[in-house]
Design a binder for this molecule. Structure first.
Ligand code: ARG
Length: 555
């Protein structure tokens, strides 16, 4: 079924003969939706915008959908939906397994590059944002019907392997390696790194690896496998999967030909012995090969881009990393546009830092960067304490299951509900609060609606939803905004549109439930209201799923 903005857009575009640009009204006093397209077209056509808007309104036949549209301001057209229309639409959404969300047309192929942890280093809180945001965007795009390819571009190649190889060969502790592989790898790395007298020996190990020495390659593969095993545990806890894990090393054999091609085409030039791509109006070039012959991060990203274009022909590629890589991606994208006649829509979806309550990057008590598995453990423990206090009678196994969903959900939601480009302060108390814009609050709202069905003796049969009360009307209109919200998340790469939507949804549901008796109403109102409850629960559940958060039967 088409969503409301599409229905309005189709009508306006026919009358206007141009893009309607339908958006929700910022102020509900003026209506539910507005068309913003008139002004630009009027300017183009040298017409008075208010007059053009009035002409469009005169041609519209939307009596089925809304009250008579009004012209406002510089030439906006405002629409106020009719209750009968909203009732029909929510009735259809309630019977639709996609909850009224239409499938995207056209379907796009989108590569989502996220997580990208570096091998042999513990995955720390800095990586959690990429993983959580990338997973959410992938879920939303997939649900909208796009062809999504998730690719974990791990850092599995580079100078750190010289130190790791030397450490592995001479200073390895097999016992520690068995119990805490990443901890031991990190110790080896630091041990060698801190000793300048070992630098040459480490460099020699790296050169041997690069030249294909079988022993060093075998150790390198072991190190990657050990790291991957540990990362897998965290992905499983987070419910995150990847279609591909093509790390930096995968592209290594392609780098010489990438540089050669860019040089042949005159796009890369020599500067102080290094090979660089210069950009007009910018002093900093992208270096793709150093004077000593070494390739760089950007070289790998150019090879990766070419590979993805050849293999998947994507319409879009989304890179999810922290904000410090902005210049890197600007340069890589600019280089790609010089290199290829047509490039996919390349988007760097960047995010700010997670800060401790002292406003500095989040640390453990001992001062190290907090490790991700420790953070998830603490989230589950804190959630378990809350669940146990609320429901001491539940079996331990059930309480643990709930605590997992609540604890991990709280961490994810705290991240996704931020405007991703700002830094945010990590606060256990805030993210686990049962009130406010948090995962536990939404999970609890879902549980409460389920308990209505238990009291009602089951879920309602399929049938009409009717609208009698203003609170019912507001809730229903908000339910119809689920499709456009998901579209906005996809357009702007902003999961916080979805968290804000869900939070508002539960608020509107509470107002409805306070003002509109459900269980004590007579039929057919009782069933109609139960259907509205059911659709609300289904949208919360689907919304949380798209954020990567589980719903639970009790709390
Ligand atoms: N390994 C990188 C890091 O930890 C992230 C990789 C992001 N993806 C990419 N195609 N460069 O910063």
């Amino acid at each position: 079924m088409p969503a409301v903005p599409e229905l309005l857009a189709a009508a306006v575009e026919q009358a206007l003969n141009g893009p309607a640009l339908i958006a929700p009204c910022a102020n509900p006093q003026f209506g539910d939706y507005q068309a913003n397209g008139v002004m630009a077209l009027a300017k183009q056509r040298r017409q008075n915008p208010r007059q053009l808007a009035a002409e469009v309104v005169a041609q519209l036949h939307l009596d089925d959908i809304c009250e008579l549209p009004t012209v406002a301001g510089a030439g906006f057209i405002n629409f106020r939906l009719k209750p009968e229309f909203v009732a029909r639409q929510v009735t259809a959404a309630a019977q639709d397994e996609r909850l009224g969300v239409p499938l995207a047309k056209p379907v796009k192929t989108v590569v989502v590059d996220f997580c990208g942890v570096n091998v042999a280093k513990p995955m720390h809180v800095g990586h959690i944002r990429s993983t959580i945001i990338g997973d959410c965007l992938s879920r939303v795009l997939r649900f909208l019907g796009h062809r999504v390819i998730t690719d974990n571009h791990i850092g599995d190649w580079g100078t750190q392997f010289g130190m790791l190889l030397l450490g592995w060969k001479q200073y390895r502790d097999d016992g520690a390696l068995a119990t805490d592989p990443i901890g031991e790898l990190l110790r080896l790395y630091k041990f060698v790194h801190e000793k300048p007298e070992l630098r040459d020996a480490a460099k020699a190990e790296l050169v041997k690896l690069q030249q294909g020495d079988p022993e060093n390659r075998a150790i390198w593969e072991r190190i990657i496998a050990l790291s991957q095993q540990e990362f897998e545990k965290i992905y499983r806890r987070l419910g995150v999967t990847f279609d591909y894990t093509l790390g930096e090393s995968f592209y290594n054999p392609m780098l010489p030909s990438v540089v050669a091609e860019l040089q042949q085409r005159g796009l890369a030039v020599e500067s102080d012995g290094a090979r660089c791509i210069f950009f007009e109006g910018q002093s900093a070039p992208l270096i793709i090969q150093k004077a000593d012959g070494a390739f760089l991060y950007g070289t790998t990203d150019l090879a990766t881009l070419k590979y993805r274009m050849d293999r998947w022909h994507p319409d879009e590629i989304i890179y999810v990393t922290d904000g410090r890589q902005q210049l890197h991606f600007q340069q890589v994208f600019a280089a790609a546009r010089k290199w290829f006649p047509v490039v996919p829509d390349l988007r760097h979806v960047w995010f700010g830092a997670i800060l401790g309550e002292d406003g500095k990057p989040l640390k453990t008590r001992s001062g190290d960067l907090l490790k991700l598995d420790e953070l998830l453990n603490e989230a589950e423990e804190r959630a378990l304490a809350i669940v146990t206090a609320k429901n001491p009678e539940l079996p331990a196994e059930t309480r643990r299951h709930i605590a997992r969903a609540v604890g991990i959900g709280a961490v994810k939601y705290a991240d996704l509900s931020q405007n991703r480009t700002t830094d945010y302060v990590f606060s256990w108390d805030k993210m686990l609060a049962m009130t406010g814009n948090t995962a536990p609050y939404l999970q609890y709202a879902y549980v409460r609606i389920q308990s209505i069905f238990r009291k009602a003796g089951g879920e309602p049969s399929a049938g009409d939803i009717t609208i009698e009360h203003p609170a019912e009307f507001n809730l229903a209109k908000h339910l119809l905004r689920f499709p456009e919200t998901l579209q906005a998340v996809a357009d702007d790469d902003k999961p916080n549109w979805l968290t804000a939507y869900l939070y508002n949804l539960t608020g509107k549901f509470s107002t409805f439930y306070e003002n509109c008796p459900v269980l004590s109403s007579a039929e057919p109102t009782r069933s109609a209201r139960l259907r509205l409850c059911r659709l609300t629960a289904a949208v919360i559940r689907q919304g949380l799923y798209l954020l990567g958060i589980e719903t639970i039967p009790a709390m």
